[in-house]
Design a protein around this ligand. Structure first.
Ligand code: ADP
Length: 618
């Protein structure tokens, strides 16, 4: 919907904000409650970009809410700065700058460790606000006397003081916040955010600098928090010290979960539920502080029964009623019998293939050289002193029994793991010790033995993410650019869909694909980065004999004009595909040669079949 009707959401938001003052009073909402909901909603827009879209759960947003709030309030009260909006913007910039510095530290860790660091940061900021900085923040008294905005238009002055009058100003701020957030999530950066949420390992492997993008999301969330913090002071004519408390961060997380994360409007809806319940339970039912007990039960029930929050639940209901299939939580389904690919794709013309990053027309000689490559895990030598050369345009096969060190070798070539000793040259350049993102940007990537897809996204969105790295480089801050305006992106994605025979499934979520389709998408992800050297780690793994035949055809068509190295256990398939085959055993190169030479090599037969000669050749 976002793409088909690009301004629909903006229009509906504006319409909703305009009619709210006429409708909400009938539903029992006081203007002050609505204003508070808007401030939480704006705070939550940034948080949802961080948590819902990028998958980073921070419990430290109060630090930025407080920073922005107190900087703006200090300017407007103690420093006598007269411009409210400018003070809010300065508070926002201060919060964003703080977010940048904190993000540099917190994002060094992932998952629960990241969340724990953000908790600690929130606590530190609360302490600093109350103690060393109390001269500036007013300590436990906060900063009273924050003015409301007024705009002199020459012929008249607009005052936004309290109630529905202030609502107009807050609604405008919220609307601008929504427009900016929508642009961000629809931009290439927004697409990479989703990739990081779904599979950070693969987002890195397809060539995105995910640290840079995570930091971007963190700074965006801090900026929104800072601006909303400033609005809190304006709303209450007083900057309260509890803006910095951990409770503020916790409330934001819970409101977002209640409303629905990854929806942008979830925090607003969550805040509406939270604040109206608070008003109702405290005032109408006279529960006092016990209202949080009821809220806790409501939260648990909502999270158990509406895992995607209220907006997610409504979206699922809408899909159900309109006959569309419901969105699923990302999950890997078990291997199942795959839909058989048609012959059409097997004969796909090479011209349709996304061009390798470096044209190979006249290139000859080695594209990849490994010298003395050794990998030691403690006392175990997974790879030992491997010398290996692949020429431009070659299709090389690698075979070897389980535990021979094939996957470790691939991981070293793509710089996922670093060798204990030895060097790797790619197109004459020493890539030893580089990271997987930079190596992908140079044109070397692999498809994984176990699918590494972006499970919450559709087939097309998966390929878009891979193609973006080839078209934009590993990091670019095109935050406000529409993803559809990137030249060549649509064609590249379409060609890749054709190549891996997924043209009939572009808008299918990955979670609904059959296993064989997922395997083809796995190869498609690597292809969409336009590698000049493509490594395929067991592309035929888990496939039925019929699917294998089809996939071998597909691999043949992909290999035209491209250099590839394939590991697989299916020797018949590999001997059919590869021009030369390298046999690994116990971490060493046992022998290398043409398929015929390998088939008839007695050492290989010994290694595989314990000396039952002639079986490979049969
Ligand atoms: P293959 O792909 O040929 O089956 P691998 O490269 O997966 O072989 O493994 C080669 C050897 O290295 C095995 O003995 C395996 O247990 C060991 N190995 C692989 N990865 C690690 C690791 N991360 N830590 C310790 N040992 C490992």
């Amino acid at each position: 919907m976002l793409k088909q009707r690009p301004y629909l959401i903006e229009f509906l938001t504006a319409a909703g904000l305009i009619v709210a003052p006429f409708v909400l009073p009938w539903l029992g909402f006081a203007p002050n409650t609505v204003n508070r909901i808007l401030v939480w909603g704006l705070f939550g827009l940034g948080f949802d970009i961080l948590f819902g879209f990028t998958g980073l759960l921070s419990f430290g947003q109060s630090a930025f809410y407080g920073t922005g709030g107190f900087v703006a309030a200090y300017l407007l009260t103690r420093a006598g700065f007269p411009y409210v909006v400018l003070a809010l913007v300065i508070g926002m910039i201060a919060a964003a700058a703080t977010g940048y510095l904190i993000g540099l530290i917190a994002l060094r860790r992932t998952g629960i460790y990241f969340a724990m660091i953000t908790v600690a940061i929130a606590e530190v900021f609360f302490f600093v606000e109350f103690n060393p900085l109390s001269d500036f923040t007013g300590g436990e008294n906060g900063l009273p006397g924050v003015p409301t905005p007024s705009f002199n238009l020459g012929f008249t002055t607009l005052h936004f003081t309290t109630g529905w009058s202030l609502y107009q100003f807050l609604a405008l701020c919220y609307f601008i916040g929504v427009v900016i957030a929508l642009r961000i999530v629809r931009s290439p950066v927004g697409a990479v955010f989703s990739a990081i949420r779904d599979n950070p390992l693969r987002a890195t492997a397809v060539g995105h600098n995910i640290h840079g993008y995570k930091l971007t999301a963190f700074v965006i969330a801090a900026a929104y928090a800072g601006f909303a913090g400033g609005l809190l002071g304006v709303l209450q004519a007083f900057m309260p010290p509890d803006a910095f408390t951990f409770d503020t961060s916790g409330q934001l997380v819970m409101q977002t979960a209640i409303g629905g994360r990854g929806t942008l409007f979830g925090p607003l809806v969550g805040a509406a539920v939270w604040l109206s319940l608070q008003d109702f339970l405290q005032a109408a039912l006279g529960l006092g502080a016990a209202w949080k007990l009821v809220l806790g039960i409501v939260f648990v029930l909502l999270v158990c029964f509406l895992r995607r929050g209220i907006i997610g639940g409504l979206a699922d209901l809408y899909r159900l009623l309109t006959g569309q299939r419901g969105a699923k939580e990302p999950e890997e389904s078990a291997p199942e019998v795959v839909a058989v690919a048609s012959d059409r794709h097997a004969a796909a013309p090479a011209a349709k293939t996304p061009a390798p990053r470096r044209r190979e027309g006249s290139a000859s000689g080695p594209i990849l050289q490994a010298r003395g490559l050794t990998k030691r895990y403690g006392g175990l030598l997974a790879n030992s002193d491997i010398d290996f050369t692949v020429n431009h345009g070659e299709l090389r096969g690698i075979i070897g029994p389980n535990g021979a060190g094939k996957s470790t070798f691939f991981k070293m070539l793509t710089c996922e793991v670093h060798p204990t000793s030895g060097t790797i040259l790619f197109e004459g350049r020493d890539i030893t010790g580089m990271n997987v993102t930079d190596v992908c940007q140079l044109g070397l990537t692999k498809s994984y033995q176990v699918n590494q897809l972006f499970a919450g996204l559709t087939v097309r969105e998966n390929l878009v993410i891979a193609a973006l790295s080839a078209l934009r480089g590993k990091f670019k801050l095109d935050l406000f650019r529409s993803i559809d305006s990137i030249p060549g992106l649509t064609e590249r994605v379409q060609h890749t869909l054709e190549l891996v025979n997924l043209t009939s499934r572009p808008d299918t979520p990955v979670s609904e694909l059959a296993y064989g389709e997922k395997r083809r998408l796995e190869i498609g992800l690597a292809l969409a980065t336009s590698p000049s050297l493509l490594l395929l780690d067991e592309p035929l793994a888990g496939m039925s004999p019929r699917e294998r035949v089809e996939t071998v055809k597909l691999l043949k068509s992909i290999s035209q004009g491209r250099t590839m190295i394939i590991i697989d256990h299916d020797m018949d398939a590999l001997f059919e595909l590869a021009e030369r085959v390298t046999v690994l055993q116990e971490g060493r190169v046992l022998v290398e040669g043409t398929p015929e030479e390998i088939k008839n090599n007695s050492t290989v037969q010994e290694a595989y079949l314990g000396g039952v000669h002639g079986v490979l050749a049969a």
